[in-house]
Design a protein around this ligand. Structure first.
Ligand SMILES: [Zn+2]
Ligand SMILES: [Zn+2]
Ligand SMILES: [Zn+2]
Length: 421
């Protein structure tokens, strides 16, 4: 994957290295013979920080450099990096024979090679060297990719893969059912990344159909996406947001349809059996009701219970992913203004993927977003989270978490009646 972010983060990383070195000098006993690297590894092994470092904050297991999820080499020690899906971790590598690698410091364990899409700079995930499949866990879901002979399409594909890999990471952490259509045509997931065909004026519509998620690659072009966002009068539009919404439809089929959760779904979101095409037609001709934000997380969520579910599901992933990142950085929000600021305080001391009661996550989410939005405003940027979540939508988010948690506790879906196979 591209290393653009490495340069933008280099100042921060240099500062962290400076702090690491200073801490090393401060805490190293005078007669100790540990090098900086040994000292860093020692701290990682013995401190609470070690537990956090296994989360979204990745560090080089060779030199301790902070890494971004998308990095494929360490800017400090120059070792190649690869993401190991089984560990959910980014690891420094030692090169072996025939384009194989082992994890640095683990020479006699599993040999890996890069996913085939590493050739195109769009994937840094690894697969076992003995695996016949040329693609990694994330890329094996691709059914159609853009024409890579067109350079502008390659750039769009890179943006799309960055977002898709983040999505797959979250789904792996949630331990949700996740299988490619290649292995399971009926219940599997796959992606088509397609461009409009100008000659035939055929428009590619972004959407979901029975496990197949189609994304118009124009969404990966900043100008085109922003024009669409303005035209649709939306406050937020990103490639990652599209994936999170569309995969929500997929998980409605997997987790709710025919399940013990269907009744509660209907109480919260409404009856999904109402005419979907007619609901879409009405939404696009009349727009959302004036008071939509009393009950819904977005205007589009008012369209149909399926869309309400997909919109709320996308927010569930926004929240859980961002809180995980905040947790891995040990963020704390402590406003310095006077008055009652208890409600604005948050210590992000929990990993949201491991919490049974989602209220614990939401209690921290609201102060966190206020701080994040304020930081962005300081930079003249739009709000990170330009939404207000009404009470009804909170109930829906809690329901989604209960459904995911039940699945990851039981490892299966409880069906109310024999599932449609
Ligand atoms: Zn390194
Ligand atoms: Zn891959
Ligand atoms: Zn939808």
């Amino acid at each position: 994957m591209n290393e653009n972010n490495a340069s933008t983060g280099s100042l921060l990383l240099a500062y962290i290295q400076f702090l690491t070195l200073r801490k090393y000098k401060e805490t190293k006993p005078a007669n100790a013979k540990k090098t900086v690297i040994e000292w860093y590894k020692h701290c990682n092994e013995t401190s609470h920080f070690h537990k956090r470092s296994q989360m979204r904050l990745f560090t080089c297991n060779h030199c301790g450099q902070l890494l971004y999820f998308e990095n494929s080499y360490c800017v400090n020690c120059h070792l190649s990096l690869g993401f190991v899906a089984e560990r959910l971790d980014l690891m420094a590598l030692e090169q072996g024979d025939n384009n194989t690698y082992t994890i640095w410091g683990e020479k006699h364990t599993t040999a890996y090679r890069y996913c085939k899409n590493h050739e195109y700079n769009v994937c840094n995930w690894l697969i076992s060297a003995s695996d016949d499949n040329p693609f990694c866990k994330a890329c094996s879901f691709n059914r159609t990719i853009p024409d890579i002979n067109k350079m502008e399409y390659r750039q769009r594909w890179s943006t799309i893969e960055n977002a898709k890999h983040r999505l797959i990471y979250s789904l792996l952490r949630l331990r949700l059912p996740l299988v490619s259509k290649v292995k399971d045509v009926e219940k599997g997931l796959s992606f088509d990344f397609m461009a409009d065909e100008k000659e035939s004026e055929k428009r590619i519509l972004t959407g979901h159909d029975n496990g197949l998620i189609t994304l118009n690659i124009a969404e990966a072009d900043d100008v085109e996406r922003e024009m669409t966002r303005k035209a649709m009068d939306e406050v937020y539009r990103t490639v990652l947001g599209h994936f999170r919404h569309e995969v929500g439809h997929y998980y409605w089929d997997r987790l709710i349809d025919n399940s013990v959760h269907l009744e509660e779904f209907r109480q919260l979101f409404g009856d999904e059996q109402k005419d979907y095409s007619e609901a879409l037609r009405l939404h696009y001709s009349n727009g959302a009701p004036a008071n939509w934000n009393d009950k819904f997380i977005s205007a589009y969520a008012t369209t149909h219970p399926w869309e309400d579910w997909a919109e709320t599901w996308a927010h569930y992933l926004h929240i859980i992913d961002t809180v995980e990142t905040a947790y891995s950085f040990g963020l704390r929000v402590r406003p310095t203004v006077g008055g009652n600021t208890a409600l604005l305080r948050a210590d992000i001391t929990i990993d949201p993927y491991d919490v049974e009661d989602f209220n614990e996550v939401l209690n921290r989410w609201f102060p966190l977003t206020f701080a994040l939005n304020s930081l962005n405003r300081s930079m003249g940027l739009p709000d990170v989270y330009p939404f207000v979540i009404p009470a009804n939508a909170i109930e829906k988010l809690l329901f989604i978490h209960r459904v995911c948690y039940a699945y990851h506790r039981n490892g299966q879906i409880a069906f109310a009646q024999p599932a449609l196979q």
